[in-house]
Design a protein around this ligand. Sequence first.
Ligand code: C2E
Ligand code: MG
Ligand code: MG
Ligand code: MG
Length: 284
Amino acid sequence: ASAAMYQAKAQGRRSYLFFSGQTDASSSQRLLLENDLHRAIERGEFVLHYQPRYELASGMLCACEALLRWQHPTRGSISPVEFVPLAEESGLVVPIGEWVLREACQQLQRWHAKGLDVCPISVNISARQFRSLELLSMIRSVLDETGVDPRLLEVEITETTLMHNTEETLSILGQLHALGIKISVDDFGTGYSSLAYLKRFPVDLLKIDRSFVHDLVTDADDAIIVSAIIGLARSLQLRVVAEGVETPEQVDFLKRRGCDEVQGFLFSKPLPAAQIESLFNLRY
Ligand code: C2E
Ligand code: MG
Ligand code: MG
Ligand code: MG
């Protein structure tokens, strides 16, 4: 039923665009892409890559982030930066997000079956997904179905998402937490600047947005912001991860400031599952 609904919505938008006489290349491109997105799950065009996260103190691999990749039959690999917003607008992000969680959990089970000592996986949850009424029941049923230990699962939610419907948000986060799932605030520093939610919500981890990490060494403001976020996280007893770490100089800075974990191209790009498994229990 939901697939039909998404289809109808897409159709509606198409006719609107037709009647409004909008024919520019970018909007018709978007429609073509959205149309293809409807079939991407059933056609098996999605794949997850995993990017390692390392603990600075020990150098150990401590988690990996599941990042969605779309292998389009004619356009090749399309970036999530391009298609996630489309999926978000059309509502397709709900079934796609379910696919992502199931695939990540099945991957954990495949690794278990091979006798591997796995690391936790973090999964990105979009704003629309977070607002969907079925999020909790969806997560519960995927965990049941796959038998994955919820402690091996982390969800990444952006600050902006956390600012909405605070009562409901508190309830959802509380229930996720009660299951044993960890909660990360993704792209930290780029959303609303109210920090009240950090006190109120059961958050475990802050991921410093890579836009602040990028010029850390040369831009005094970025250095101050990153230091402040690390200080804030430590005071609130949250773990803190720096995203987009690309240079040894950034690592030195982050180590000196007491950042807990790092993720970025310096350590590894997002990798297919087959390559991640050789990194379990290793240092960078
Ligand atoms: P994000 O969750 O903040 O993910 C981190 C992004 O930074 C990834 O881009 C990753 O490849 C990139 N990155 C990691 N290290 C470095 C680095 O050292 N330098 C640079 N320049 N980039 C680095 P990616 O995979 O293209 O994903 C982009 C965004 O798309 C994600 O940002 C997330 O918001 C969204 N996304 C990806 N997969 C999913 C998904 O399964 N569900 C949802 N809802 N969103 C997703
Ligand atoms: Mg993320
Ligand atoms: Mg991020
Ligand atoms: Mg992002």
